[in-house]
Design a protein around this ligand. Structure first.
Ligand code: GP9
Ligand code: MN
Length: 638
């Protein structure tokens, strides 16, 4: 060890040893996908960044013995944390979260198998601890241990700079990594295991505090609002038309309504879905809006299962995955249904594994349930055609009646497709994203058509209703120039932007014969009440914010998560009230507001905008306070 003696502070030696170990664990024990060089670089850097931060704290201890003790015990505890994650990972292919740790069932499962999850070579994980222990006890004098004030401040500044650099690279690689918190694997990959745990603790503390202060007093007011403003008193004439049928729900990734009955390069984009708009067994809602925010697909799932709004920041699947809900799968469960989700991606993506349990979903067929090879994958993973093909085999084994959701993947940004899967040419504009969107949408359209055929061939079609819904936009406002070119418009105004948030919604009822194109303003918030009504299930004491789409007494607006709204007459966005027919701003009256003593424009939109704000706040209260835990639902097993 002579070569390092008297050259470096001891905490640097510890950082290097521990950093190397952590990197080896990332690469060879955790099965972390590296998609590009940038990810490989970040994964290499982050173990050293976080351990530097951890060990450099030692410089603030003035006594040598304390410094050494701090480094020794930190190395030991941090190694135990890595080890605990390894054991957990071997069982769940996931990283420990505080709620999971506290969740009885997981811990109990793990308890039984903990020994079988350990390997003899795991002992090697503690080599660096042994070396650190030895050096710190026997060779302490050989290292720099006296730090001047400047040295201390420098060490601190250095660790913050390194951390900022790491976070900067991580944000570049995955924009909005922290606010959206997609996936634990991404977090660990980008910011390291230790920072991930700190992040997890922070999120958890925030959620818990808000929950602790809630006592259910808020519920009567919210209930009253929902009774008076949301729920309709009468059942619609569609109540029960699909009683006891299986429900096949297709989540069409990033599908927007502007492609329906539209062309690109003179070819139909979605011939199959277009044919459904004219089909007598299908209702097509042409003014149906997605209401998602940062949680994207997971937000759309949250909306349809609960008829509550997702949160304005972060993914509620992540931040409130442990709440109690009165979700559709649970309600259907009481009526004898089983509920299943099919999605060939990591189970932990969007924290689905945890949230699905809270929503009462019985089975989740994730990536492991599929045969995924290089040949049948593109972009995000398994292509939609093999996905549906393989799903059919699983569906055949399900207990009926079932509610099964199929989440497609191919039509996901960056919309990659191999030439042999391309049935139509890309568009030609300055946006590769928009250009490539059309062929992947067409591929998804074909995969859904094929799925209909497969359901028929398997004898599963007649007893099912099939719902197809776009989950959220695929083309963001960053591509407005290309979008205006495609739509033949001069520009995309804020009004147009809201109109582009329409996603297709189809309800296909084999043999029904009364299908039509429906034009009422509608949204994802309406899916739960609509489905329950079609299945003939009453849900009276529930709290939710949507309506049965077939009812005549629906509340007359659809709120977007940012407070914008659409109703039959207006589109309200960016503080401007637009006439929905003309797209022109509506004249308002100036009024001096007493609170802020500035001029405020009052338009026909103002009263509805106020109501929207109130409704969003009530929905947030339900989630932040975990208020469903205070409501006793009939028949609900607690
Ligand atoms: C990931 C898939 C896509 O599992 O659902 O998620 P998104 O990025 O669209 O929210
Ligand atoms: Mn999606």
């Amino acid at each position: 060890m002579n070569f390092i003696q008297k050259k470096m502070p001891f905490f640097i030696i510890a950082t290097i040893l521990f950093g190397i170990k952590t990197y080896i664990v990332y690469r060879f024990i955790f099965n972390i996908d590296l998609e590009n060089i940038m990810q490989a670089l970040i994964l290499f850097i982050n173990p050293f960044v976080s351990t530097f931060l951890l060990f450099s704290i030692s410089v603030w201890f003035s006594k040598k013995s304390r410094q050494m003790k701090y480094i020794r015990y930190t190395a030991l505890l941090a190694s135990l944390l890595v080890f605990a994650n390894i054991v957990f990972y071997r069982s769940f292919a996931d990283f420990i979260t505080i709620p999971q740790l506290l969740q009885g069932s997981n811990a109990a499962d793990l308890g039984k198998s903990i020994l079988s999850l350990m390997r003899p070579y795991d002992i090697l994980l503690f080599i660096d601890v042994a070396v650190i222990w030895h050096l710190s006890k026997r060779r302490a004098d050989s290292f720099i241990i006296d730090f001047s004030r400047r040295g201390k401040v420098f060490a601190l500044a250095m660790s913050l700079v390194l951390l900022a650099g790491n976070f900067f690279l991580a944000e570049m690689e995955r924009p909005q990594l922290f606010t959206r918190a997609f996936d634990r694997e991404y977090l660990v990959k980008n910011i390291g295991l230790f920072n991930y745990h700190i992040y997890d603790i922070a999120i958890n503390t925030k959620a818990t505090t808000q929950k602790v202060f809630a006592d259910g007093n808020e519920i009567p007011e919210i209930k009253k609002y929902v009774e008076n403003n949301v729920k309709d008193d009468q059942k619609s004439e569609m109540f029960g038309v699909a009683e006891n049928k299986n429900v096949v729900f297709i989540n069409a990734e990033s599908l927007q309504s502007f492609v329906i009955n539209n062309e690109v390069n003179g070819e139909e984009v979605t011939p199959f879905l277009n044919s459904l708009t004219e089909d007598k067994d299908t209702y097509y809602f042409e003014n149906f809006y997605h209401q998602t925010e940062q949680g994207k697909t997971s937000d759309s799932e949250f909306l349809i299962e609960n008829s509550l709004y997702p949160l304005s920041r972060g993914a509620v699947f992540f931040t409130h995955g442990q709440n109690e809900y009165n979700a559709m799968p649970e309600i259907l469960g009481q009526e004898g249904y089983t509920s299943n989700v099919f999605h060939a991606n990591n189970k932990s993506f969007w924290n689905r594994d945890q949230m699905y349990e809270s929503l009462g979903i019985d089975a989740f067929y994730g990536k492991e349930a599929y045969e995924v090879t290089d040949d049948n994958s593109v972009g995000w993973g398994l292509k939609d055609k093999p996905f549906f093909e393989q799903s059919i085999e699983h569906i055949k084994t399900l207990k009926e009646p079932y509610y099964s959701k199929f989440i497609t993947l191919t039509n996901h940004f960056p919309f990659e497709l191999t030439d042999q899967d391309k049935s139509i040419e890309s568009y030609d504009s300055n946006s590769t994203t928009l250009n490539n969107f059309f062929p992947t949408v067409r591929y998804m359209d074909e995969s859904i058509e094929q799925f209909f055929e497969q359901l028929k061939a398997a004898g599963l079609y007649e007893d099912s209703i099939i719902i197809i819904m776009g989950d959220h936009y695929g083309i963001s406002a960053n591509h407005n120039k290309a979008m205006s070119q495609y739509l033949g418009k001069e520009e995309i105004t804020p009004f147009d932007h809201v109109q582009l948030q329409r996603v297709p919604f189809f309800i296909h009822i084999p043999g029904h014969g009364k299908g039509e194109v429906r034009s009422e303003v509608s949204g994802q918030i309406d899916v739960k009440p609509t489905m329950l009504s079609l299945l003939g299930i009453e849900n009276e004491d529930d709290i939710y914010f949507g309506n049965d789409l077939f009812s005549n007494e629906r509340k007359d607006y659809i709120a977007l998560r940012n407070g914008d709204f659409i109703n039959e007459d207006f589109v309200y966005t960016s503080g401007i009230c637009y006439d929905r027919q003309t797209g022109e701003p509506v004249e308002g009256e100036s009024e001096v507001s007493l609170d802020v003593s500035i001029d405020e424009e009052v338009t026909a939109c103002t009263p509805i905008a106020d109501k929207v704000d109130r409704e969003l706040a009530y929905s947030d209260d339900m989630i932040y306070g975990d208020l469903f835990r205070f409501i006793e639902f009939e028949d609900k097993e607690k």
